[in-house]
Design a protein around this ligand. Structure first.
Ligand code: SF4
Ligand code: SF4
Length: 297
């Protein structure tokens, strides 16, 4: 099951762009001769909601799950951190694969749910919205394409539970896509903003702690009821994290700041870093980035 092979010359992707109402022939079931074959050679990028579902399924914290079940990858030339699902020692088989099939089936990642479809999300230049289209992925080992079952992409997505994953991950995917397609025009993100990307995307308990911290409270002006909801609901917290990332990475301001505390904090940060008043104008020009860096001190 390879989810990242769109550009390779030997790509198993059928180059016909499909929409939600298009139909394709495919059925996977336990009695099929190729059962488990797709999980024996994997290359699966994990999304934030994948990690929440899997770590809860396994009774772990996100940090414990990341350490035991994932490997680090860079998602772009700026080192935007990504996580892939780990394989078994000495093989390309998924770490969750058992002789009976997937060991985490009802909480399997979005990429596993999509198979044998590929998703391509594109954002036209200067457009704020991303457009999705679908392709059939036809790998030799997969006999599901020979099964006499035809369904629409919409129905297949629904049956596989993809809709829920996509709805929760949508803004995150937009962030990744925008960061990749904007390249150097948006500039090199600071180390602190990359750390924040990791925290908000993958380490939900760490991010909850960050949002509850006095440092966060000093800068952001959140309604107390909303803060309580964030502390109790991991999906709400994830979505809030995506808003915060859009604010930090692209200056899309949707989370109110406490104006006076912001100034005080920046001033303290400037003093600690030895930035003189003469540099103040330049410092203020970089205030957004500096503000988020100061949160880490
Ligand atoms: S998580 Fe489950 S479905 Fe996905 S590759 Fe691993 S074993 Fe297969
Ligand atoms: S039919 Fe395809 S997706 Fe299903 S088990 Fe076989 S190889 Fe995997």
């Amino acid at each position: 099951m390879n989810t990242n092979t769109v550009d390779k010359p030997t790509s198993p992707i059928i180059p016909v762009q499909l929409t939600l109402d298009d139909k394709f022939q495919f059925r996977c079931h336990k009695g099929i001769a190729c059962f488990n074959k797709c999980c024996e050679n994997i290359d699966i990028m994990l999304t934030p909601y994948d990690i929440v579902r899997l770590k809860n399924r396994l009774g772990m914290t996100a940090r414990e799950f990341i350490d035991a079940y994932t490997v680090d990858v860079a998602m772009d030339g700026h080192g935007m951190p990504g996580l892939k699902l780990r394989t078994k020692e000495g093989s390309n088989a998924c770490v969750n694969l058992t002789p009976e099939g997937c060991g985490v089936y009802s909480d399997r990642p979005a990429a596993c749910r999509y198979y044998a479809l590929g998703l391509v999300s594109m954002r036209r230049k200067d457009s704020p919205v991303t457009e999705d289209s679908y392709f059939v992925v036809r790998e030799e080992h997969c006999l599901g394409h020979n099964e006499p079952h035809v369904q629409s992409i919409r129905d297949y997505r629904r049956e596989q539970g993809v809709d829920e994953y996509d709805e929760i991950n949508r803004e995150w995917r937009e962030i990744v896509l925008k960061k990749r397609s904007s390249g150097p025009t948006v500039g090199q993100p600071s180390q602190r903003s990359l750390e924040l990307f990791f925290l908000a995307s993958y380490d939900i308990e760490g991010f909850r702690e960050f949002v509850s911290s006095p440092a966060f409270d000093e800068v952001f002006d959140l309604d107390p009821a909303f803060k309580r909801a964030l502390a109790q609901d991991e999906v709400k917290l994830l979505k809030f994290g995506f808003r915060l990332l859009k604010q930090v990475l692209f200056g899309e301001m949707t989370i109110p700041l406490k104006a006076d505390a912001r100034e005080k904090r920046l001033e303290r940060y400037r003093q600690r870093k030895g930035i003189s008043l003469a540099d103040k104008a330049e410092t203020l020009a970089n205030a957004q980035d500096t503000l988020y860096e100061s949160l880490g001190d």
